[in-house]
Design a binder for this molecule. Structure first.
Ligand code: SF4
Length: 884
């Protein structure tokens, strides 16, 4: 028996054995079932009198890649790897559909990209002759010729072909040269029933399909069922959830049984954790890995010797981020050198770094350039030294993945077929290509429900088939012609995807085969796909007529995964003090669950490492510089407007402070220690930027009415609703009137609208104003330190008399003065938020719907997006804008 694919061959064998068991037999002959490609390869090797070597797919792709690299156009190409794959495919298409073109006489007329490919093709053939190798694409043709030359006197055994939707001319020629053969195709039977349904949406379509599966398995627990889906990769999650879902039991104690299903769709081997971790370790030996790759590697468990080591590594990553020491990339040396002092004392476990260093030493002691086979042998040793595949016990699927990884690695060893030597980087890159192009699917466990794409279903028979997603846009599926072959040639020889007609014709053969492959066959589509109205597939209608709407009860909603429960219980906050300054109350205002999640569950979000300073780090530097500016004469700063106005060289004054702050940060292991990882030149540029920004700000402050600095970074403890909050105020000025002015520096467009309403966006300054500065408050201001646009905005009792002269009467500062009523109102709002936090009020209730949630990291915890609708609010700007 000859079957189209390896998977179909396994399926035919399984079905054969099941049928013999069902007949009551206890012993039988194992059938000879071969997948087409391996049968052709084996027969070619048997029949070939020449010394030629058949290239495997990776060798052939590598040969194309080398030719493309070395060609006239190679250096200008952005993605030579993709072009190599396209060239390999183009060659295969020519061999299968237009073998005479390979003779070369017709190719000179090709123009554009095909002309470039013709050049590569000449070189490919030349190198194949020189190295004594041939492409697998030519094996079918060559085998046919060999069989014709040497007829078998006693005749060859007949061949039965199963699972071929379409036989190519080259395949037919080979089969005719072989001898007797027969193509088995499923035949229609009288018992067959076919239907075509239209569902209102994809949820109803999948839910009905799952109900049908359950019903058929209830009737016959041994039934073999197939779900075919277009665009299976994208629908995989949706299908998996629906299949894992149990239907409502209507009060019955007997829950519906779990469905036994498996996907035949594989994934690139490079995406499996075994192969990905091996590849990352191989790369790490010569180049830094990104921080998120290291996070992944640690949590995969494939490079750690014990659970304790895994936890210690995760803790080190946590602490370095806690101290702002994150960085986009880490070399092995960076990891070895990493040390955190102070309370956050942390380093990466020496057992881990020692293994990495040992592996790298082994690599460094090896010759730089050697054969791929030597690299394969070394790779096994290097990975072992690095602790791969880790301490965790291995599942059956992981074991299969590891075996597949070893096979692919061994295949990479064959890249030296032409005597090529390579360095480690080249070898790692070739391994990455091989892993990406290898599709891995675990061995079938013989599940009752098989889920697959339309073309993979060739050779599969079942009791029932449900085809999902049969709408006009997806079936027939549309492909693109090969870009390296002339489109006229592709059309003339009916290559796949050369025209809508060839797509139609292939899909038609698949549709007919599916219709004949089971007693019950159902096609369905949803009228809405991705928010667009979809039409039924004309091809399916040609076979089955117009679709009928799924009856409403067929679409009965599935039991919800979660049971709605109104949780009115509250767990009061058990402590008397709260960390985080005023933030818990701001969070309580924006969404009570956010306050609960951050302050009580202690969740926080990793800040992704950036190549330069992050916005938070820049803000921290700005605050430090302004703090030093207003630190008074003893620390090299100033402390009043008078001293500011007396500065003869403002830029020089600011420059000295900026340099001091940056230098002390770069040499520190504590505050601003993140600066130590940046190169000197980068810090010089950052210093220039800060100097300009702060000088501009101080020039703006020079225009103010008299003030003196009461203090900067003033720490205070305030009690709200019985809770103690530790707060730190950026700056408090004393004005000529003796009253106090609160200032908070911002680099964005924050404004006083953030303090409005019963649910303010930010309670920080109102909280300082009402609880920390008890009396004689003149006002509270945001000092917006922005390039070319410095200003103050906020609330003052009398802006014209306390801030600066000449303010416009239309200025928001003048028009909206601070009043005692306003202060009382803020106090009430903040007291209420404090009481709610203390009482444990933790509803999922975002103030501005998605706008609030977009800036929150708790979506997976609060599951807000599982609620039917999250209100979307307008993205309102701060209405008051610039005030002064
Ligand atoms: S994601 Fe939205 S609903 Fe969830 S905690 Fe954050 S703000 Fe609240």
């Amino acid at each position: 028996m000859l079957v189209s694919t390896e998977r179909a061959a396994r399926s035919v064998q399984t079905a054969f054995h099941a049928a013999r068991r069902a007949e009551g037999q206890s012993a039988w002959r194992t059938p000879n079932v071969f997948a087409w490609d391996s049968w052709v390869r084996d027969r070619w090797m048997e029949s070939s009198a020449s010394e030629l070597m058949l290239l495997n797919a990776l060798q052939e792709q590598t040969l194309w890649l080398r030719i493309i690299h070395e060609s006239r156009t190679g250096l200008e190409l952005l993605h030579p790897g993709r072009l190599a794959a396209a060239a390999q495919q183009a060659y295969q298409l020519l061999a299968n559909y237009s073998p005479k073109t390979l003779a070369g006489s017709t190719r000179p007329q090709w123009l554009g990209d095909p002309a470039m490919f013709a050049e590569w093709l000449r070189e490919f053939e030349k190198r194949c002759r020189r190295e004594g190798v041939i492409s697998t694409s030519l094996a079918t043709q060559q085998l046919a010729e060999a069989l014709q030359e040497v007829p078998e006197p006693s005749g060859r055994p007949p061949l039965l072909l199963i699972g071929f939707d379409h036989l190519l001319e080259s395949q037919k020629t080979l089969l005719d040269s072989w001898g007797p053969w027969h193509l088995d195709q499923p035949e229609p039977s009288d018992r067959q029933s076919h239907q075509y349904f239209a569902a209102s949406d994809s949820v109803a379509e999948v839910a009905t399909c799952v109900r049908w599966l359950r019903a058929r398995l209830k009737e016959n627990p041994d039934a073999q069922l197939i779900v075919v889906s277009t665009d299976l990769q994208a629908r995989r999650g949706e299908l998996e959830r629906a299949l894992l879902d149990r239907p409502a039991t209507n009060g019955s104690e007997n829950a519906a049984p779990d469905l036994d299903f498996e996907f035949s769709l594989g994934v690139p081997l490079a995406q499996t954790s075994i192969a990905r971790s091996a590849l990352l370790l191989m790369r790490w030996l010569f180049e830094p890995l990104s921080e998120h790759e290291i996070d992944w590697l640690i949590t995969s468990g494939h490079c750690t010797a014990s659970q304790n080591e895994e936890i210690a590594l995760a803790e080190a990553m946590y602490k370095l981020r806690e101290r702002g020491m994150e960085r986009p990339q880490w070399s092995i040396d960076d990891l070895v050198d990493f040390q955190l002092g102070g309370k956050s004392q942390a380093a990466f476990p020496t057992t881990f770094t020692a293994r990495l260093l040992a592996a790298r030493r082994q690599l460094q002691q090896t010759k730089q350039s050697q054969s791929p086979l030597d690299w394969v042998n070394l790779t096994h040793r290097l990975l072992e030294s690095a602790g791969w595949p880790g301490h965790r016990s291995i599942s059956s699927i992981a074991f299969q993945t590891q075996r597949r990884w070893e096979t692919v690695l061994d295949t990479c060893g064959s890249l030296g077929f032409d005597g090529t030597m390579m360095d480690w980087e080249e070898f790692v890159s070739a391994t990455a290509t091989a892993l990406t192009s290898t599709i891995f699917a675990p061995e079938s466990t013989g599940a009752r429900i098989q889920i697959m794409g339309p073309f993979e279903s060739a050779g599969q028979m079942a009791d029932g088939i449900w085809f999902l997603g049969a709408h006009d846009e997806s079936w027939p599926s549309r492909g693109t012609p090969n870009a390296l072959l002339p489109i006229a040639l592709q059309r003339e020889t009916a290559m796949p995807h050369a025209s809508p007609l060839s797509d139609w014709s292939l899909a038609n053969e698949v549709t007919q085969r599916l219709i004949n492959s089971a007693d019950e066959v159902i096609f369905s589509y949803s009228r809405h796909a991705d928010g667009i109205e979809a039409r039924p597939s004309r091809l399916v209608m040609q076979h089955l007529g117009n679709p009928t709407a799924l009856a409403t009860d067929d679409c009965a909603t599935r039991a919800p995964l979660t049971e709605a429960f109104e949780d009115s219980s509250r767990i009061p906050f058990p402590h008397l003090a709260v960390s985080g300054g005023s933030t818990p109350l701001t969070n309580q205002s924006m969404c009570p669950f956010r306050a609960f999640g951050i302050t009580r569950l202690a969740t926080f979000e990793w800040e992704p490492a950036e190549a330069g300073l992050s916005a938070r780090q820049r803000g921290q530097l700005l605050h430090d510089v302004l703090n030093r500016v207003w630190s008074g004469g003893n620390r090299g700063g100033i402390s009043s407007l008078e001293e500011l106005q007396q500065l003869a060289d403002l830029s020089g004054f600011v420059g000295t402070i900026v340099r001091n702050v940056i230098e002390s940060g770069a040499n520190s292991r504590r505050r601003n220690s993140f600066l130590s990882r940046f190169p000197k030149r980068y810090l010089e540029l950052e210093a220039e930027r800060l100097m300009r920004l702060v000088s501009e700000w101080l020039a703006y402050e020079r225009e103010r009415l008299p003030f003196a600095i009461e203090g900067t970074e003033i720490k205070s403890e305030v009690t709200i609703a019985g809770l103690t909050f530790s707060v730190r105020m950026d700056r408090v000025d004393t004005l000529a009137s003796g009253k106090k002015l609160l200032i908070d520096y911002k680099s964005g467009s924050d404004g006083p609208t953030a303090w409005a309403s019963e649910r303010p966006d930010n309670v920080q300054l109102p909280l300082y104003a009402t609880f920390a500065v008890n009396s004689d408050l003149e006002g509270l201001l945001f000092g917006r330190v922005r390039p070319h646009d410095p200003d103050f905005c906020g609330r003052l009792r009398d802006a014209s008399a306390s801030l600066r002269l000449g303010l416009s009467p239309q200025s928001a500062l003048v028009k909206n003065p601070l009043t005692d009523q306003q202060l009382s109102y803020w106090r009430e709002v903040i007291e209420r938020l404090g009481e709610e936090f203390l009482a444990g009020r933790a509803e999922v209730d975002p103030k501005d719907g998605t706008k609030t949630c977009d800036s929150c990291h708790l979506q997976a915890v609060c599951r807000i997006y599982e609620q039917p609708a999250v209100p979307i609010s307008d993205d309102t700007q701060d209405a008051e804008g610039s005030d002064a």
